[in-house]
Design a protein around this ligand. Structure first.
Ligand code: SAM
Length: 296
């Protein structure tokens, strides 16, 4: 009989490398290749089937970390791959296979494919887990210097000007740090629209090339950042973060004006909640004024 030299510690490590059946979402680096987690490497090394938004990117990442594909299937999958491809992956899970899914960079589903697959796997009641790791939104929030107690991830704003301004206006009253992804070529337009819709004085941050050689974080009021960016040829990947609205000293007149506007598109209840949040005034007081105005 073979003697085992396993210490409790190495047995624990070996155990982690046994990849159970099911779908394993794997977060991958957003820049520095060494940001991959040990567990992500275990999953990539041990899964029966590898699935990726971009098969070449995943192959390259595995090569960097010395993980051989070793004849295992490597399947391309994104949210528009279609029902047929989703069913093909579900069939593999039903057979008891372990599947590792990685998007091009960062955490799958976060402005990246994976949602349709997660929904289908959840609906089918099949096993699913995640090896968490890098995500540009969280890395940027950590470095922004803005409050992290509450945040709203807004993804990419629409690229057309008027749709982008409406999108931002809807977020104006949100009492949380707002997080946006953006392409460098649209950054100046996004910041200019933020000045117009969210006001020039809100504190904000632009986080560029996170975890990479030219990592940079610009912090300041929105108008200042807009002016800085307008003068530069911005390259690389960026995340924009904006502080929540600072409630202004509200008067009965300013509350009434805000309510009149809100009541044009909202019920009395919703208008009262919205104006109470954006002016920092008690909901009870705002609701009473709203009732008076809606009846008068
Ligand atoms: N799934 C990824 C994640 O978890 O962050 C996001 C993928 S999304 C297609 C790509 C966007 O994420 C970029 O346009 C940029 O806004 C942001 N991003 C990704 N990597 C970044 C980095 N290293 N520095 C700054 N922003 C980054």
């Amino acid at each position: 009989m073979r003697q085992t030299t396993d210490t409790p510690d190495s047995a624990w490590k070996r155990d982690l490398r046994a990849i159970p059946p099911g779908l394993h979402f794997v977060s991958t680096p957003i820049g520095a290749a060494r940001d991959i987690t040990l567990r992500a490497l275990d999953v990539l090394a041990g899964a029966n089937v590898l699935v990726a938004e971009d098969t070449r990117t995943l192959k390259h990442l595995m090569e960097i970390h010395g993980i051989a594909l070793g004849g295992r299937p490597l399947i391309a999958y994104h949210d528009h791959s279609g029902e047929g491809q989703t069913q093909r992956l579900l069939a593999l899970l039903v057979e008891g296979k372990s599947l590792a899914y990685a998007s091009e960079a960062g955490t799958p589903l976060i402005s990246d494919p994976g949602f349709e697959l997660a929904r289908a796997v959840a609906a089918a009641g099949l096993p699913m887990t995640a090896a968490p790791g890098p995500c540009a939104a969280i890395c940027a929030l950590t470095l922004s210097g803005l409050p992290s107690d509450r945040f709203l991830f807004a993804g990419f704003a629409p690229s057309a000007g008027s749709a982008r301004r409406s999108f931002l206006a809807e977020l104006a009253g949100v009492q949380a740090t707002l997080i946006f992804y953006e392409s460098p070529k649209r950054l100046a337009d996004l910041l200019a629209d933020m000045v117009a819709t969210l006001g020039p004085t809100r504190q904000a941050a632009v986080c560029r090339e996170l975890t990479k050689r030219f990592e940079e974080v610009l912090r300041g009021p929105l108008d200042d950042l807009a002016a800085q960016v307008a003068d530069r040829d911005i390259k690389g990947e960026v995340v924009v973060l904006v502080d929540r609205a600072v409630p202004v000293e509200a008067t009965e007149d300013s509350i009434a004006a805000a309510l009149d506007e809100a009541l044009q598109i909202m019920s009395v209840k919703d208008a009262a909640t919205f104006v109470s949040q954006t002016t920092g005034t008690s909901r009870k007081i705002v609701y009473r004024i709203a009732l008076d105005r809606s009846q008068g």
